[in-house]
Design a binder for this molecule. Structure first.
Ligand code: DC
Length: 209
């Protein structure tokens, strides 16, 4: 079974993808991490994330980079969003994601274009979202808990900028697939969102469309 989980930044899609992977015993790929690795490697190379050639050169990052805690930084998320605009970067990362989705038994992938581009034939697709204000509130609380000194307004501005770039790019923009379940977690806690996602996938397993 292939499960596609897409959604904007800080929507909780990673948490939901992980819970689905655990529940259904499937391997999981956080595809955002690949774009983060390219963004971070571009910086290590002293390149410019807005230049396609510099970003493409960074696509041959070593696999060990995927374990680097720096990939989780907010600044790396911004770099990832910038390099992800370049079609050549998306093409360079395409096969790796398709191969992961196609492994025997299936997989869970989370990202922006899984249900639309990487695994359009996924058995279950979810589009996880929440208002920008709610996502900023969650991200701000999580950053403050980690000791990061940042204002709510700065986090909200960053989320708006990331949303605009991820939905506005020409190639494989963030988009809900027609057959994806819309899971708006604005008024849901973590447990309720996970329960709704599991119930949806279980329904798909019983009654595949
Ligand atoms: O999910 P994330 O915040 O780790 O993703 C970081 C950036 O990577 C995101 O702003 C856009 C890009 N991305 C993408 O273009 N396609 C994906 N499938 C996953 C991430």
């Amino acid at each position: 079974m292939i499960i596609a989980v897409d959604g904007p930044t800080a929507s909780g899609k990673g948490t939901i993808a992980k819970a689905l992977a655990d529940r259904f015993g499937l391997p999981m790929l956080d595809t955002g991490l690949l774009y983060r690795a390219v963004g971070y490697q571009t910086q290590l190379n002293h390149g410019d994330a807005d230049k396609a050639d510099d970003a493409l050169a960074a696509c041959s990052f070593p696999d060990s980079l995927l374990d680097d805690p720096a990939l989780r930084y907010e600044t790396t998320g911004g770099l990832a969003s910038r390099v992800s605009i370049h079609p050549a970067v998306r093409a360079a990362l395409f096969q790796r994601q398709v191969d992961f989705a196609g492994q025997p038994g299936g997989a869970v992938l989370d990202g922006r274009d899984i249900g639309t581009v990487i695994a359009p034939h996924a058995d279950a697709k979810l589009f996880v979202t929440a208002t920008a204000a709610e996502r900023a509130h969650r991200r701000h609380a999580e950053m403050r808990a980690r000791g990061v000194d940042v204002t709510y307004e700065a986090v909200l501005a960053d989320i708006h900028a990331r949303d605009a770039r991820d939905t506005g790019r020409a190639e494989a923009p963030l988009l809900r697939a027609d057959d994806a379940m819309l899971l708006d977690t604005t008024a849901m806690d973590r447990e309720a969102a996970i329960a709704a996602a599991i119930a949806f996938v279980e329904g798909k397993v019983r009654r595949p469309s």
